[in-house]
Design a protein around this ligand. Sequence first.
Ligand code: ADP
Ligand code: MG
Length: 116
Amino acid sequence: LLRQVLLNLISNALKYTRRRSCTRIEIAGQETAEEVVCHVRDNGVGFDRRFAHKLFRVFQRLHSATDYEGTGIGLANVRCIIQRHGGRVWAEGTVNEGATFHFSLPKAKGTSDDPS
Ligand SMILES: Nc1ncnc2c1ncn2[C@@H]1O[C@H](COP(=O)(O)OP(=O)(O)O)[C@@H](O)[C@H]1O
Ligand SMILES: [Mg+2]
């Protein structure tokens, strides 16, 4: 399922950078004591940040199907999968300046190097 999360986020990054002459996609993660936080960032068309919360709802799309094909369920699946693993998802974007999708996953108890 986590593979599906990355597949959805990377496919979106590729789709929404399609019209850039130079596509840049960054996939990175950081670890804290309690969780791992990853993001997929692109330099594509971006979106209006006022609607960021809508993107994770089923069938909610901010770009027209004629410009960018899609069904609007990818991010709803991402949210569902991450939440079922106890994590959080959120998005940042600016019109014409790209988008970043973040997700966190709690570390399983007993797997931390920290003995406390
Ligand atoms: N990387 C991105 N850059 C800009 N907008 C995005 C990006 N990823 C998702 N979106 C916006 O979020 C909407 C929902 O995404 P998603 O659920 O994956 O559906 P779909 O890919 O079928 O459009 C998209 O229609 C688009 O408006
Ligand atoms: Mg998608």
